[in-house]
Design a binder for this molecule. Sequence first.
Ligand code: GDP
Ligand code: MN
Length: 379
Amino acid sequence: MDLYEYQGKELFRRYGIPVSEGRLATTPEEARDVAEELGGQVVVKAQVLTGGRGKAGGVELAENAAEAEDKARGILGLDIRGHVVRKLWIERASEIAKEYYLSVTFDRGEKKALFMLTTEGGVEIEEVAERDPGAIARLHVDPFEGFQPYQARRLIYGAGIDDPGEQKQILQIVGRLYQAFVGCDAMLCEINPLIVTPEGEVKALDSKFTVDDNALYKHQDIAEMRDLEAYPPQERAAREKGVTYVKLDGEVGILGNGAGLVMSTLDVIALAGGRPANFCDLGGGGDAQGVVDALEIIASDPQVKSILFNIFGGITRCDEVARGILQALGQMQIDHPIVVRLDGTNAEEGRALLQEADAPIDVEPTMLDAAKRAVELAP
Ligand code: GDP
Ligand code: MN
């Protein structure tokens, strides 16, 4: 789960990482009131779950409250790479002498947390990695040994930061960022830019914070930060019903049982010359309620033109799944053509059930045949 900048900064604040004072606003008038309250120069920042807001015109300085209102009016409603701005974060503007970059994420290859620090902040880290890879200092943290302050010193020296005042503050920030990373079960905590003010004060001017979905049950307060309005209705419904759903860009809606089979189905659809619109993984089960939930979500995607069921009966028998499909179709109205491929345990019984039923279903014997048929039916 990705957090908005203002939410990440709230977590930074809890862990003692210095951030600027600010407030949320959803209208130009609110932005003016907030700017008035903060006083002086403020920065008006689009809150969207994507980076590069500055370049897209989503981050603007304002000298006073009236200007903040103007800037807010310009930024609200802006489309930043498909994300429409509905919320603004207004914070007291900082003076910037230097822009650094600091992050901690997982290095899956090493099975360790990885810190990256560079004095070339303010731009995308990928850009620095390409242009000047030597400028990025890296540090792995062994999960069994835990984080040690001397390691942070190595990171800071490695990045070439030699001002003792900066070193002292960044040392503390690195330690606290690690606590935030572990404490929140984060996958990524990124501060870009980590600034140094003309007075030599170091603070986080931006936040990119991603928390592991599988750990949200341990963090009720973070789970509640999820902004349901930022998700399309299908994804919201899937989350509520506990269905695994992924939106894609083509025309064929896919229901399969098991992640591996679903992935292969995507490939076979491509092989048949089509493109998947989305997919749901029914998991091990094929009970009517599970099929109804998945079908409702798949079919409500306006891009879907045909639906392909790809079921391999292992522990779940094909006849059970066939009954689930028929029961589901009895409970709901589906206007799209449906193609079913059933194989595995009790496959013949399952197929016979579907063929004998008075339902608008094409039953195909193989995965490739089924995919071809589903692509044909999705012009
Ligand atoms: P991003 O473009 O989505 O990464 O948004 P950031 O929060 O990183 O802001 C983009 C840029 O705006 C930063 O790199 C800064 O150069 C600038 N910026 C943001 N906040 C302030 C501020 O308080 N004062 C000044 N002078 N510049 C700021
Ligand atoms: Mn940034």
